[in-house]
Ligand binder design. Structure first.
Ligand code: C5P
Length: 310
């Protein structure tokens, strides 16, 4: 295949996400659970800079513990770059620099954002010229959350979370995020959910292998009214995340006492997302939680997916 590879670096920014609704069904034979979820991309970003190189390499900036992010093929951005190179029959490499702001193993899709950003950056750097649909197809092979990080905005995810349909969302939603120093493993949280359900005596074909997002969640997003959305926030993984990390329950009630409308564990956790009535309320909640010794961030959504900067 012929390419017009760039000799300049390419800088791509991709957002982290919150699942404003996450319904988890039964487990398929491949180990993945049936999902019905609504993603919202929020203003906490990963920056990926791709520079021309003969081989593949990664450096990561912005993490306190350098061992928390692998720099080899376990890194989803590395896998993304190599997958694109194979699909495009490109025989060069790339030097990737990842500037992290989304918490590592935080339930906000930071690794997925890195992978989506790496796809877009390498596509531009190598002059691959793949369509959005082709990039989406590669993204889905990398992980259930990667297509959404490409797409951004607000979207319904079904299947394993990778079949996306845009959802209409009006206005802006203000969130206060409380991150944790220690991450949670996504597979562990799903396995805990299975164990909790087994304890409750769930039958083999219950929960279902296909499920939908409840209509009131979509209506709340369309209305742009945070009070309505607060009534619909739900996450089937929350009980499992709290089982692993009982302190999350305290963070949730603390946030509500501080004035948030409602709180939810984001994805598989441990990040807690507190929905506020607007920017001023979010600032008040943020100050109250900071005084309590927590590390809150004020973000808003929806924001666009992975895109080239400057
Ligand atoms: O696709 P991703 O790499 O993000 O998934 C990480 C892990 O989360 C999977 O290996 C699986 O254990 C769990 N998972 C799941 N069902 C999904 C998505 C993820 O069980 N729909």
């Amino acid at each position: 295949m012929s390419h017009s590879a760039s000799s300049e670096s390419v800088h791509v920014r991709a957002p982290g996400k919150i699942n404003v609704y996450l319904g988890v069904g039964g487990r398929h034979d491949d180990g993945y659970h049936a999902l019905a979820t609504v993603f919202q991309a929020v203003s906490l970003y990963e920056d990926v800079i791709a520079r021309p190189a003969a081989d593949f390499s990664i450096v990561v900036r912005g993490v306190e513990d350098p061992d928390s992010v692998p720099l080899d093929d376990r890194n989803l951005a590395m896998r993304a770059a190599k997958l694109l190179a194979a699909a495009a029959e490109y025989d060069g490499g790339v030097a990737l620099e990842i500037r992290k702001s989304v918490p590592v193993a935080g339930g906000m899709g930071g690794g997925s954002a890195d992978a989506a950003a790496a796809l877009v950056a390498c596509d531009a750097l190598w002059g691959t010229g793949f369509s959005q649909a082709r990039l989406h197809e590669l993204a889905a092979r990398l992980g259930a959350d990667v297509p959404f990080a490409l797409h951004g905005g607000t979207a319904v995810g079904t299947g394993r979370g990778d079949q996306l349909n845009p959802a209409l969302a009006r206005g802006r939603f203000d969130w206060v995020l409380v991150t944790s120093d220690e991450g949670l493993s996504t597979p562990v949280v799903y396995a805990t959910l299975d164990a909790l359900r087994a304890e409750e005596g769930a039958l083999a074909d219950d929960p279902p292998l296909s499920l939908d997002v409840p209509i009131p969640v979509l209506q709340a997003l369309r209305s742009g009214d945070p009070e309505l959305l607060a009534e619909s926030l739900a996450n089937d993984l929350q009980a499992a995340a709290v089982h692993e990390r009982p302190d999350l329950e305290r963070t949730l009630s603390h946030g509500i006492r501080a004035g948030a409308l409602q709180g939810i564990v984001s994805g598989s956790g441990p990040t807690v997302a507190l929905l506020c009535s607007g920017p001023e309320s979010a600032q008040e909640v943020q100050s109250a939680l900071r005084e309590a010794g927590l590390d809150p961030l004020h973000v808003h959504g929806p924001v666009p997916g992975a895109r080239i900067i400057g």
